[in-house]
Ligand binder design. Structure first.
Ligand code: NIG
Ligand code: FE
Length: 428
C-alpha cells in the first residue's frame, strides 16, 4: 500500500540516515523543506521532496486522481506542516483509578514526600491496582493510549511499579504487552519493581530488594515481559547500593537500565546509572557539575520531565546547562497519577521552552529524536528519514515551529498517522 501526502507547507524534522541522537548545539536545528510531498510504503517513509519535483503539475495532482487510480491513497495537507510524531520515553500510564484525593491534599499544602510518608502516593496506586482485574486495567490504560495517540504521540515507554508484589508486577507487565500487541503505537516495557517498598515490606527494605532481585526479576525475564529495568534511586526510596544491586542482577537477564534519579535530592542515581550503561537517566530536577561530568562521553540520555516539575512545584532541570555542555537532552511526560497526570507531549515541549528556556528547535528535538533514543527506537523513529516508520503529525497551516509551543493549546493537529495509517483525523 502506497500513500502520498501532498501540498505540505513545511516538512519538519528531516534528518539523514544514521543519526541516532543530537548532542549539544546539534539540537539547535530542525531540518525542514517547504512545499513538499512525502510518500509512504508499507508503513515506512519511502521518500520526500519538493512538490515541484512531483511528476507533472503539482497543483493538478490532488484533483485529477491519477494517483488514486494507481491505487495510491492521496492525503492533501493543504499547506499544513508534517512532523514526526512525539516519542514519550518515560511514562507510567498503566495504573488503576486515579489519586484525585491526594490532589486535594497537595492543594492543602502537603508535599509529594509527605503524601508518600502517610502511606499514600505510589502505595495508594498499588492498592488500587491490586484490586483491579487485568482486563479492567487494560481497558483503563487503553483509554490513555488513545488519548496520547490523539495528541500526536507515536511511541511510548511504559513502566510497571504499581504492583510491588510479584503477581501484581506481572499483571502490569502483561497489560503493557497487550498494549504492545493491540495498539498501533511502538511500545517499550520497563520493569520498575523498585518503585517503592511494597506495603508488606515497609521497614524491611533490604528484604524487598531481595524480592525484586530473586523473585520478581527472574519471573519477569521468564515471560520476556520487559525491555528495560528501572529503579527509583532517590531520597526515601532506594539507595545507590540497592540500585547497583538491582541493576547488576537485571544485567544478567539482558535488561538495560533507565533510572529515576535526582527528583527529590542529588541521589547519585546519575552516576550509578551511567556506570551500569543506562540508556537514560530521568527526572534530574536537581543536578550539578558532577552529573554533567558523569554523563559526558556516555551512551546515557539525560531525560527531563517538566510536567512533573509543573505539577509538584519542583525545580525544572537545567536543560540549557546540559546543552551548553555539549550533552543531549530528551523530554518526556512521566504520565502517572501522582506527579504528572498528563501525557500531552506538546505541553511538555511548551514547558521545555517556557520554563526551561530551551529554544523551540531544541525542545522539538528533545521530544522526537532524543526521546526516541531514550527508549531505544531512534533507529526507526523520531525524525523524517527515508526508511523510518511513517509516524507523522499533519497540522493545520502554522506560521512557524515556535507557534507550536508559543500558542501551546491552540488546536493544531489535523491528522495523526501511525505506520502509514491515519489513527486520528480532526476537521480543522
Ligand atoms: O516519575 N518518582 C517516581 N515515580 C513517578 C511518580 C509515581 C507516582 O507518584 O505515582 C515519577 O514521578
Ligand atoms: Fe517516572
Amino acid at each position: 500500500m502506497r500513500t502520498i501526502i501532498i501540498n505540505i507547507g513545511t516538512l519538519a524534522g528531516i534528518l539523514p540516515k544514521g543519526v541516532l541522537r543530537l548532542d549539544g548545539r546539534e539540537m539547535d536545528k530542525v531540518g525542514s523543506l517547504e512545499n513538499a510531498y512525502l510518500t509512504i510504503e508499507d508503513g515506512l517513509i519511502a521518500g520526500f521532496g519538493p512538490m515541484a519535483e512531483l511528476h507533472g503539475n503539482p497543483s493538478a495532482v490532488a484533483h485529477d486522481c491519477t494517483l488514486r487510480d494507481k491505487g495510491e491513497e492521496v492525503i492533501d495537507a493543504c499547506g499544513g506542516w508534517v512532523l514526526p510524531c512525539f516519542c514519550d520515553s518515560h511514562t507510567h500510564l498503566v495504573y488503576a483509578g486515579c489519586r484525585d484525593g491526594e490532589f486535594r491534599d497537595k492543594i492543602a499544602g502537603l508535599s509529594y514526600e509527605e503524601i508518600a510518608a502517610r502511606g499514600g502516593g505510589i502505595l495508594n496506586s498499588a492498592d488500587l491496582l491490586h484490586n483491579t482485574s487485568e482486563d479492567e486495567l487494560y481497558s483503563q490504560s487503553m483509554e490513555r493510549v488513545r488519548e496520547i495517540m490523539g495528541m500526536g504521540t507515536g511511541a511510548v515507554e511504559i513502566k510497571s511499579g504499581y504492583g510491588l508484589r510479584t503477581e501484581d508486577e506481572l499483571k502490569m507487565l502483561r497489560v503493557i504487552r497487550r498494549i504492545k500487541e493491540t495498539s498501533p503505537l511502538t511500545v517499550r516495557a520497563t520493569f520498575l519493581g523498585a518503585h517503592a517498598v511494597g506495603r508488606e515490606y515497609v521497614g524491611r527494605q533490604d528484604e524487598y530488594v531481595r524480592l525484586v532481585c530473586d523473585e520478581m526479576l527472574p519471573a519477569v525475564a521468564a515471560e520476556g515481559l520487559a525491555d528495560y529495568v528501572d529503579v527509583f534511586c532517590d531520597k526515601g526510596f532506594f539507595t545507590v547500593e540497592q540500585t547497583a544491586m538491582i541493576l547488576g542482577r537485571a544485567a544478567e537477564y539482558g535488561l538495560r537500565p533507565k533510572i529515576h534519579a535526582n527528583e527529590l535530592e542529588i541521589s547519585g542515581g546519575v552516576q550509578v546509572g551511567v556506570e551500569h550503561g543506562a540508556l537514560s537517566v530521568d527526572h534530574l530536577e536537581r543536578t550539578g557539575e558532577k552529573e554533567i561530568e558523569a554523563l559526558r562521553g556516555s551512551g546515557t540520555m539525560p531525560t527531563m520531565l517538566p510536567g512533573c516539575s509543573f505539577f509538584l512545584g519542583l525545580p525544572y532541570g537545567n536543560a540549557r546547562g546540559y546543552v551548553a555542555s555539549g550533552l543531549p537532552v530528551a523530554l518526556a511526560s512521566d504520565y502517572n497519577p501522582g506527579s504528572s497526570p498528563s501525557g500531552d507531549m506538546r505541553f511538555v515541549m511548551a514547558l521545555g521552552c517556557i520554563r526551561m528556556r530551551l529554544t523551540p528547535e531544541q525542545a522539538f528535538n528533545a521530544c522526537t529524536l532524543n526521546s526516541a533514543y531514550a527508549m531505544g527506537v531512534s533507529d526507526v523513529l523520531g525524525s523524517i528519514t527515508e526508511g523510518k516508520k511513517a509516524n507523522l503529525i499533519v497540522t493545520r497551516p502554522l506560521p512557524s515551529l515556535a507557534f507550536i509551543t508559543y500558542c501551546h493549546h491552540t488546536p493544531f493537529i489535523g491528522k495523526v498517522i501511525i505506520e502509514g495509517k491515519c489513527v486520528m483525523c480532526n476537521a480543522l
